[in-house]
Design a binder for this molecule. Structure first.
Ligand SMILES: [Zn+2]
Length: 63
């Protein structure tokens, strides 16, 4: 079983295409955002790179 090949994803993989919860539109390169603020319920949202920068979000994998 060789799982190493599955980790090599191209930068333009469709897997990065998703719905940005911040500007309410689909966008490429979305990042998973884990909201931990009180009242958010720990919901997982996705944000595009632009919104990550604008709203100073912390992508899930960077925590
Ligand atoms: Zn966005």
């Amino acid at each position: 079983m060789d799982e190493s090949t599955q980790k090599e994803a191209p930068t333009d993989t469709p897997a990065d295409y998703g719905y940005c919860s911040w500007h309410d539109r689909f966008s490429e390169g979305v990042r998973r955002i884990q909201l931990t603020e009180a009242g958010s319920g720990g919901k997982v949202h996705y944000a595009c790179p632009q919104c990550v920068h604008i709203f100073k979000l912390t992508p899930y994998e960077d925590q």
